[in-house]
Design a protein around this ligand. Structure first.
Ligand code: FAD
Length: 336
């Protein structure tokens, strides 16, 4: 394979026909920087109809080109249609890399079309570098339970495919530049689509489970003794105007739902204040909190890794500290 034949970095623009998924805009912003370094065009691939105002949001992220695809099977996501579509598009246009949001849909079709091409697909990178010597993207992610950072490349094949979880990169639009739009018509053979959408029901909106945008997060770790302690941490979160989150072992113990897990396999959060109670500070967790404005850690072990990442550290029993904080906040509220 001649790698030089492959140019353009692509971002798949996920949308529901009305609005673009934030992860696609985050990716456009991050890949813009890589394209500036590698001097390759940044292309946004939009499948199906999307209002012009939403396309403008994509253009604001500094894309050089939009490929807009329409045709049978394009309007609603289906694994077969999108896998077939991206396999064909990549064969035709030969992009050097394709970045897809690590959403339920993205995680589904990206490895499939990568496999069909065939090429490599990396998931859940927390950092992307472009190596000027090899021309390869370096997908960096925690490995071996967070004890080391793995650098994964696709050295011999193109395109380099990667799925990146929402919230990993910042939405910081570089601004508009000259952007051309190419129309592509692609009819996925109906017999190749093995699924049929019968109905669509969104998750019941439970705002307490949406922690990605919370200003304050009280995170409980595996140091928590049992479910009977949870109401006190919830109360603390409420007094601070925030929400409760957790580490993965807390989910594994069945104490809180997966949507509240923060870290590499859970949510990436950016609160003004993040308080960790009984959290050890494993890289797989810390990956999800590094953009917090202020980090406070409470742990009984003075050598816990979490103290390396916090602005304020309290060595002590998490329940005692939680009670003291609740007491103090209630006093302050009474006085106010
Ligand atoms: C591929 C992969 C992905 C992963 N993704 C994630 C992820 O997204 N999110 C995540 O959280 N984890 C993730 N993990 C797991 C991660 O590696 C750690 O195992 C996990 O973060 C540890 O959680 P913890 O700190 O709550 O528990 P522990 O490591 O068990 O630490 C508990 C801490 O509580 C302290 N403690 C105990 N009792 C008290 C007390 N009474 N008062 C104060 N402190 C106390 C202890 O000193 C200890 O530091 C992932 C692992 C892998 C392999």
């Amino acid at each position: 394979m001649n790698k030089n034949e492959y140019r353009e970095m692509w971002v798949f623009i996920e949308h529901d026909g009305k609005t673009v998924h934030p992860v696609s805009l985050e990716l456009c912003c991050e890949i813009r920087k890589i394209c500036d370094a590698s001097r390759e065009p940044l292309t946004a691939v939009i499948v199906g109809e999307l209002p012009e105002g939403e396309k403008d949001k994509v253009r604001e992220c500094g894309v050089d080109k939009i490929i807009h695809v329409s045709g049978t099977g394009c309007d609603t996501f289906s694994t077969d249609a999108y896998t077939g579509l991206f396999t064909e598009l990549c064969r035709k246009y030969k992009p050097s890399a394709v970045f897809v949001g690590g959403t339920i849909f993205g995680r589904d079709f990206a490895p499939r079309f990568a496999c069909r091409l065939p090429t490599g697909c990396t998931s859940d990178a927390t950092q992307l570098n472009w190596n000027p010597e090899t021309g390869d993207i370096e997908f960096v992610e925690p490995a071996v339970g967070g004890k080391m950072m793995a650098v994964i490349t696709v050295p011999d094949m193109r395109p380099q495919v990667g799925t990146i979880r929402p919230g990993t990169f910042k939405y910081a639009p570089a601004g508009r530049r000259e952007c051309i739009t190419t129309e592509e018509v692609f009819d996925v053979p109906v017999e190749e689509i093995r699924t049929k959408r019968l109905d669509f029901r969104a998750d019941e909106a439970d705002e307490s489970l949406n922690i990605a945008d919370a200003d304050v997060i009280v995170c409980v770790g595996n140091g928590m003794k049992g479910a009977d302690r949870l109401p006190r941490y919830r109360e603390l979160a409420e007094l601070l105007g925030g929400k409760i989150g957790c580490t993965r072992p807390v989910f594994d113990r069945g104490l809180l739902p997966f949507k509240l897990v923060i870290g590499q396999s859970g949510a990436v959060v950016k609160p003004k204040l993040y308080i960790a109670f009984g959290v050890s500070g494993a890289v797989n967790h810390v990956t999800g909190i590094t953009d917090s404005d202020r980090i406070v850690a409470v742990n009984k072990d003075p050598d816990a890794a979490i103290f390396r990442y916090c602005d304020y550290g309290i060595v002590g029993d998490m329940d005692e500290v939680c009670e003291r904080m609740i007491e103090k906040l209630k006093q302050m509220k009474k006085r106010a």
